[in-house]
Design a protein around this ligand. Structure first.
Ligand SMILES: [Zn+2]
Length: 439
C-alpha cells in the first residue's frame, strides 16, 4: 500500500508541474487525455456507448477541445438511472481496482458512482508532506478534518484510509458534533492543516465571539462544499490570524475542480484534471464574466467516467481578470452553489446545518426540501414529495425526527409544495437557511 502511495505521489507532483505550463501546453494535455477517455468509454462503458450511439458520435468525432460540445450533457438523473451496471466500465471491479462512492445527502438526492483507486490515491497524496511543503510551505504535517462522514462518501473513504495508514498524525472530528467539540479538539491536537466546511468555521466564530474563547490557528485551512462568501476570509482572519484559508471547489463526482492558490483570492481551475465548461440555458458557452451552469468532465476517473455532467447544480463564471499570483491559468468565480446556515436555538445551541440535512435526506419519499428558520423557535420545512399521497407519512416522520434533534425548542411548519426555486435575488439554492443566525 505504501509503495502505491509513493507512486501516486510522484505522479501527482509531475501533474502539478503541468499546471505550471503555458495555456497551449495545458490544452494539448487536456485534448490528449480527453481523446483517451472518449476512446475508452466508447469501448468499455455501456452508459456512454448508448449516449454516443444515440448522438451518432464515435471517438473520431473528437478532434479538438471544442468538439466536446458534440457530446450530450448528462444530468444527475441520467447517472442515477445508469447505476450500477451501465455506469461501471468493463475491466473495473469494486474492491479490486475501484471504490463505490456516494454523494452525501446534503447535495440533494444522493448519487453513486465508482472511482478508480488511481483517482482516490491522487487525492490522498495531495495531503502529503512533499506536496504541501512544495506548494504551501508547510513543514510539519498534522491534519484534522471536521467533516460529515456519511457511509460510502468520499470523506469517509479518504479519512478511513489515512487513519489506517498511520503515516500521518491525523484526527477525525465529526461535523455533526457540537461546536464545543470542534474547539476542544483544535486546541488539544493543534493541527497544522484543517479540512472543513465554511459553515463549521462560522459556528466556531459564533461560539468564540459569544464566549470570548481562544482557538488554535492552523497554518492552513482548506474549505470546500459551500459557497465561500467574499467577506468570509476577512471575518475568519479575526479568529484564525495565523491561518491561510484556501477554498477549494471539490465534488464527489469529479474530484478536485478548482482551488485558491496561496497568494490570491481567485479559484484556479485545475485544467489538467478536468474540463470545466460554463453554459447558458440553451447549452451555449458563455463569455468570461457571464454567469452560467457548470458542466464538468473528469479526465482521470475511468471507473465511472463523468463526461459533460451538469448535476453539480452550480452557477459560476470565468473570471475576467487573472489571479494576483501571475499564473497564466483560467479562473473561476462561483456565483451560486451550496450554501447553508446554522440554526441557533433559544437556549443558545448552535446546530450545524448538516445535522438537519442528514435527517431529511434519508427520509424516503422526499424529492426536494428546504428548511428555513423564521424565528428563534420557528422552522418552516418545505417539501416536494415524490408522491402526493405520501404527504401524511412524510410529515409525521419529519416532525418526529426533527423533534429528536431540537427537543421542545422549535415549532415546525411543514409545507408541501410542487417545487422549490433558487432565491430570485442571489440565484442561490439554500437547503438550510436561517433568517435568524445570519442577521
Ligand atoms: Zn493564484
Amino acid at each position: 500500500m505504501r509503495l502505491r502511495l509513493i507512486y501516486y505521489l510522484v505522479k501527482n507532483l509531475i501533474r502539478n508541474s503541468i499546471i505550471r505550463k503555458p495555456p497551449e501546453k495545458i490544452k494539448e494535455v487536456q485534448l490528449s487525455k480527453l481523446r483517451k477517455l472518449i476512446k475508452f468509454v466508447y469501448k468499455k462503458n455501456q452508459y456512454y456507448r448508448e449516449l454516443f450511439d444515440k448522438a451518432a458520435i464515435t471517438p473520431d468525432s473528437i478532434q479538438s477541445l471544442d468538439d466536446i460540445r458534440k457530446i450530450p450533457v448528462s444530468t444527475r438523473q441520467n447517472l442515477v438511472q445508469a447505476f450500477p451496471h451501465k455506469i461501471l466500465s468493463k475491466g473495473f471491479k469494486p474492491g479490486k481496482n475501484c471504490f463505490l462512492v456516494s454523494t452525501s445527502g446534503s447535495t440533494g438526492v444522493p448519487i453513486k458512482i465508482y472511482k478508480s483507486y488511481d483517482t482516490i490515491f491522487s487525492t490522498i497524496s495531495m495531503g502529503s508532506k512533499k506536496f504541501m511543503g512544495k506548494i504551501f510551505n508547510v513543514d510539519k504535517i498534522s491534519i484534522m478534518s471536521i467533516l460529515v462522514y456519511a457511509p460510502e462518501t468520499i470523506e469517509q473513504i479518504l479519512t478511513d484510509f489515512v487513519m489506517k495508514s498511520k503515516h500521518l498524525p491525523f484526527r477525525k472530528v465529526n461535523a455533526l458534533d457540537d461546536v464545543n467539540v470542534y474547539i476542544e479538539n483544535l486546541n488539544e491536537f493543534k493541527p497544522q492543516i484543517l479540512f472543513t466546511y465554511p459553515s463549521v468555521l462560522k459556528d466556531i466564530k459564533m461560539m468564540v465571539d459569544s464566549k470570548g474563547l481562544n482557538v488554535h490557528s492552523p497554518r492552513l485551512i482548506f474549505t470546500s462544499a459551500e459557497i465561500f462568501e467574499k467577506e468570509f476570509r476577512k471575518e475568519m482572519k479575526k479568529i484564525f490570524p495565523e491561518s491561510q484559508i484556501i477554498d477549494t471547489y471539490f465534488s464527489t463526482e469529479a474530484g478536485l475542480i478548482a482551488s485558491n492558490c496561496k497568494e490570491g483570492d481567485k479559484m484556479h481551475i485545475l485544467n489538467d484534471r478536468v474540463i470545466l465548461e460554463i453554459i447558458d440555458n440553451d447549452g451555449n458557452p458563455v463569455k468570461a464574466g457571464e454567469t452560467g451552469n457548470v458542466v464538468i468532465t473528469d479526465l482521470n476517473n475511468f471507473a465511472s467516467p463523468v463526461i459533460r455532467y451538469d448535476g453539480l447544480n452550480d452557477l459560476a463564471k470565468f473570471s475576467e481578470t487573472p489571479c494576483s499570483c501571475g499564473h497564466p491559468g483560467t479562473f473561476l468565480e462561483m456565483v451560486a452553489g451550496r450554501k447553508v446556515d446554522s440554526i441557533v436555538t433559544k437556549s443558545g445551541r448552535i446546530i450545524n446545518p448538516f445535522r438537519v440535512t442528514e435527517i431529511l435526506s434519508v427520509i424516503k419519499g422526499i424529492a426536494k426540501y428546504q428548511v428555513i428558520q423564521k424565528a428563534l423557535d420557528v422552522l418552516d420545512i418545505f417539501i416536494v414529495p415524490e408522491l402526493d399521497r405520501e404527504q401524511e407519512r412524510i410529515g409525521r416522520k419529519v416532525y418526529s425526527d426533527l423533534k429528536e434533534l431540537f427537543g421542545d425548542e422549535m415549532m415546525y411548519e411543514i409545507i408541501f409544495v410542487n417545487k422549490i426555486e433558487r432565491s430570485s435575488s442571489s440565484g442561490m439554492f439554500q437547503l438550510v437557511k436561517s433568517e435568524v443566525s445570519t442577521q
